[in-house]
Design a protein around this ligand. Structure first.
Ligand code: DUC
Ligand code: ZN
Ligand code: ZN
Length: 489
C-alpha cells in the first residue's frame, strides 16, 4: 500500500465552482484543500462521491442568531442550534449580527455577541455590527475600533421605531465606514409610510397578520433604496442592500449599478418562493410567514430571479430570524395581537440551500455554477472571506458539501434543527439534498448525524476588503476642484 498523501480524499465526484463544473478528486490536508485532480493518491480516509456534486459549503451573509430584538425578544436559536441547522442545510459559514440598541455601547455589544458565538458555534462565523445609536463617541471611536478589530461591515436600519437612524446619521455611518474600509449594509424601507399605514390599519380593525403586508407598501422599499443610494453616492461609499423584495427595488439597483455606483444587493428565499397569499390564513397562523419586508407577488419573484441572472442581485441569504409559534415568540402578545405586535422573521438557515438547489439545479434552472455563485462565492467575496471560504480551490478551507442530486425530500417541521419549531416551507418537496458536510476538513454531518461540538466553529475577523473600496466616483460637491476648494474627505 502506498503511504496516504492526504487526510481525506473525496473521490469520483463532480466538483462545481462559480465558474466551472468538472470531474475531480479532492485531496484534503489538515483543514485545507491540498489537491484537485484525477486519480489522486490515497487518503487516510476516502469518501466515495460517485453520483454526487462536490460543492463549497454555503456562506449565509445575513442571519440573526441569539439576537435581542428592539422589542426585547431573543431569537429562538442559540448559536448551537442555529449553526446545527445551518450545517444540516449545507451551510458552513455564517455572517451574523452584533446588534447595538439605543443606550448600549458597541464594544460591550461586540464582546457579548462574540462570547455567545465562541461558546455555541459549530461552523465558522463573522459579524456585521448593527448601529442603532450613532452617538459622537460611536462614530469617532467605537465604530472605527470595531472595524479595525475585524468587523468589516456595518448594518443600519432605515425603519423600526427603536433601531432606525436618520439621514444625517446614515451619512455619518457611511463616512466612518469609508474612512475605515468597511461595507455598509442596510434594511432600507421608508419608516413614515410603514408607521402611518400600520396605525390606520389597526385603527380600522385590520389587525390580522396579512395586513402586515399592506403596512409595508412597495413604495416604502423604492423610496428608501433611492434615498440610501443617493446618500451613499454623496460620499462614494459602497453599500449592500438587504432583502430586496420588489421588481421596482431590483430595477432601482440595476440603474444605480449602471451608473457605476458600488451597490450590492441580496434577496432571500421568502421573496423567491413565497407570496403575500402565504400570510392569508385563519387566526394568527399567518404570523409564521411574517417578515419585513413581506413576501410580494409572483411577478416580483420573476423579477428577482431575473435580477439574480443579470447579476444586479448577487446573493441569496436566509435572513434567518426564528420565533416559535407560541407565547415565547410569535404569540407573545396574546391571541388578540395585531400584526404590529408580532415579531418579524422566519427560520431559514436550514432550507436556503435545498430550496435553491431544487429551483436552480434540479428543475433545470440557471444551473450549478450560478447556484454556487449566489449561495457561497458571492457572499464570501462581498464579505471578504474569499477564497478561504466560498469556493473549491487549492489552499481554501475544506468546507465542502456532497450533494445527492437524486434525493427527494418533503420538508417537514419535525425535520428541522432550528428551535423555531416550524419551517414556513413545510410540505414542499425538493430534489437534491446536502448529504455529507465537511467544515475545515472535518466531517460534521453524515448519515443525517451531527459530529461537531458547540464551540468548534471559528471566528473570522475580516476587513471590508475589495467590496468596501470606494468606486472612485466623487459627487461634485465633495470634489475640491469643483467646490471652491472645500476639503470634505
Ligand atoms: N426583518 C428584519 O428586518 N430582520 C429580521 C427578520 C425580518 O423579518
Ligand atoms: Zn432587515
Ligand atoms: Zn435581517
Amino acid at each position: 500500500m502506498p503511504e496516504a498523501s492526504y487526510d481525506i480524499v473525496i473521490r469520483g465526484g463532480t466538483v462545481a465552482t462559480a465558474s466551472d463544473v468538472f470531474a475531480a478528486d479532492v485531496g484534503i490536508i489538515g483543514e485545507q484543500i491540498g489537491a484537485l485532480g484525477a486519480r489522486l493518491g490515497p487518503g487516510k480516509r476516502e469518501i466515495d462521491a460517485r453520483g454526487r456534486y462536490v460543492l463549497p459549503g454555503g456562506v449565509d451573509g445575513h442571519c440573526h442568531i441569539e439576537q435581542l430584538t428592539a422589542a426585547g425578544i431573543v431569537n429562538a436559536d442559540s448559536w448551537e442550534s442555529a449553526t446545527t441547522s445551518a450545517a444540516f442545510g449545507g451551510t458552513t459559514t455564517v455572517v451574523a449580527f452584533a446588534a447595538q440598541h439605543v443606550g448600549t455601547e458597541l464594544p460591550k455589544v461586540v464582546e457579548d455577541y462574540s462570547a455567545l458565538a465562541k461558546k455555541g458555534a459549530l461552523i465558522d462565523y463573522a459579524f456585521h455590527a448593527i448601529v442603532a445609536d450613532p452617538t459622537e463617541r460611536l462614530i469617532k471611536h467605537d465604530l472605527p475600533a470595531a472595524i479595525k478589530g475585524g468587523i468589516g461591515s456595518v448594518k443600519l436600519f432605515m425603519t423600526y421605531d427603536r433601531l432606525r437612524v436618520q439621514d444625517e446619521s446614515v451619512l455619518d455611518i457611511l463616512m466612518t465606514a469609508r474612512e475605515n474600509g468597511a461595507l455598509v449594509c442596510a434594511h432600507a424601507e421608508n419608516h413614515g409610510m410603514i408607521a402611518w399605514m400600520g396605525k390606520r390599519l389597526v385603527e380600522r380593525g385590520y389587525i390580522a397578520p396579512k395586513y402586515h403586508i399592506v403596512s409595508h407598501p412597495r413604495a416604502a422599499e423604492s423610496e428608501a433604496f433611492e434615498r440610501l443610494i443617493r446618500l451613499a453616492a454623496l460620499v462614494d461609499q459602497p453599500i449592500m442592500i438587504f432583502h430586496v423584495s420588489t421588481a421596482e427595488g431590483a430595477a432601482i439597483i440595476r440603474r444605480a449599478r449602471g451608473e457605476g455606483l458600488k451597490v450590492f444587493a441580496e434577496t432571500c428565499p421568502q421573496y423567491l418562493f413565497m407570496t403575500a397569499k402565504d400570510l392569508d390564513r385563519p387566526g394568527l397562523e399567518g404570523s409564521k410567514w411574517m417578515c419585513s419586508p413581506p413576501p410580494r407577488d409572483v411577478s416580483d419573484q420573476q423579477a428577482l430571479w431575473r435580477a439574480l441572472a443579470l447579476g444586479d442581485l448577487q446573493q441569496v441569504s436566509s435572513d434567518h430570524a426564528p420565533f416559535p409559534f407560541d407565547d415565547t415568540g410569535k404569540l407573545k402578545a396574546g391571541p388578540g395581537a395585531s400584526f404590529k405586535q408580532i415579531a418579524n422573521g422566519q427560520p431559514g438557515l436550514e432550507t436556503r440551500l435545498p430550496l435553491l438547489f431544487d429551483a436552480m439545479v434540479s428543475k433545470d434552472g440557471p444551473g450549478l455554477s450560478k447556484f454556487v455563485s449566489i449561495t457561497a462565492t458571492e457572499p464570501a467575496k462581498t464579505y471578504n472571506l474569499h477564497p478561504k471560504k466560498g469556493t473549491i480551490t487549492i489552499g481554501a478551507d475544506a468546507d465542502i458539501v456532497l450533494w445527492n442530486p437524486k434525493t427527494k425530500v418533503t420538508l417537514k417541521d419535525a425535520m428541522m434543527h432550528s428551535k423555531a419549531g416550524y419551517t414556513p416551507f413545510a410540505g414542499r418537496t425538493v430534489t437534491g439534498w446536502p448529504e455529507t458536510v465537511l467544515r475545515r476538513g472535518a466531517v460534521i454531518v453524515s448519515d443525517s448525524r451531527l459530529s461537531a461540538n458547540a464551540g468548534s466553529g471559528r471566528y473570522l475577523p475580516r476587513s471590508g476588503g475589495e467590496a468596501a473600496k470606494p468606486a472612485g466616483i466623487l459627487a461634485p460637491e465633495m470634489d475640491p476642484r469643483r467646490n471652491f476648494g472645500a476639503k470634505l474627505f
